[in-house]
Design a protein around this ligand. Structure first.
Ligand code: G1P
Length: 291
């Protein structure tokens, strides 16, 4: 049973600078919610509500968004705006969120390891905050189901154009088990199109088991002996798989936006605006007119 999730938000949002100089990329709006709230709601809708956000001093707004604000609620209630007061109150009771400030080598494996040391000896989900999905069954629920069926680490995958391989972790597919489930024997991080071992991209959703955490511990020990390079989750999963342990991929059914990329961020905003039941029709008219 997966009960816990980790969301690292300590990245600098370089691709969206200078927009993200003061405003964390996780706080950029998509529709009427910031990116991180979409991710938290996805987890809660998938039955996972113990969430560790690995953060940094630059990302204080993320914490503020989910913190209780009794003063704001009081003012809204006094003004007769009970609906808004309720919406503000709901944000702080959505999930049990804890925040972790970290030290350690650079790379996306370090926040996962730091959170794992707090979580202890159980499998948990890791989601990058900037991948947003629109799916009938939430991506996290699809991943959770894959873990429950396999009891092994699972990666969320999407089909990709081979020209895009250099942007993603690309799995070596050993066997197609049907229903989008693949057995994976390794991973190559950001290969050239010629070297891509498959046409699938790892898209920022993982179920991590204690065996994978062991690989992150080992990588960190090696780093302390010779401090160079960064610690990556992809490498830990690759080592776990090449040591002969089962690792699976689950091809996710849904639409995916990498909101850390400027074009995808605009696409996600545009799609959310067009889907809005109140404002959608007017925006559609505007888009057709200016098209
Ligand atoms: C990370 C992972 C990569 C994965 C990608 C998905 O890369 O290392 O394997 O495909 O996220 O968003 P990053 O985008 O942080 O460079």
């Amino acid at each position: 049973m997966i009960r816990k999730a980790v969301i690292p938000v300590a990245g600098l949002g370089t691709r969206l600078l200078p927009l993200t100089k003061a405003l964390p990329k996780e706080m950029l709006p998509i529709g009427d919610k910031p990116v991180i709230e979409h991710t938290i709601r996805e987890l809660v809708d998938s039955g996972i509500d113990e969430i560790t956000i690995v953060t940094s001093a630059r990302k204080e707004l993320v914490q503020r968004h989910f913190a209780p604000d009794a003063d704001l609620e009081l003012q809204l209630r006094a003004a007769g705006k009970d609906d808004l007061a309720g919406a503000v109150a709901e944000l702080s009771s959505l999930a049990h969120i804890t925040y972790l400030y970290q030290n350690g080598p650079y790379g996306n494996g370090t926040p996962v390891l730091n959170a794992a040391r707090v979580i202890g000896d159980e499998p948990f989900m890791v989601l990058w905050a900037d991948d947003v999905f629109v799916a009938e069954v939430p991506r996290a629920k699809q991943l959770k189901a894959a873990y429950e069926a396999t009891r092994a680490p699972v990666l969320a995958l999407m089909p990709m154009a081979v020209e895009d391989a250099a942007r993603y972790g690309v799995p070596v597919v050993e066997e197609d088990l049907g229903d989008g489930r693949l057995r994976i024997s390794g991973l190559v991080e950001k290969p050239s199109p010629e070297q891509a071992p498959s046409r699938y991209a790892a898209i920022g959703g993982y179920v991590v088991t204690p065996g994978v955490v062991e690989e992150l511990e080992a990588a960190t020990r090696r780093w302390h002996e010779r401090p160079e390079g960064e610690i990556y989750l992809t490498e830990a999963l690759h080592r776990h798989a090449t040591a002969g342990n089962p690792v699976y991929g689950q091809v996710i059914d849904g639409t995916w936006w990498d909101t850390g990329s400027p074009l995808d961020y605009l696409r996600a905003q545009f799609a959310a605006a067009l889907a809005d039941p109140v404002y959608g029709p007017e925006l559609r008219r505007l888009a057709t007119e200016s098209g």
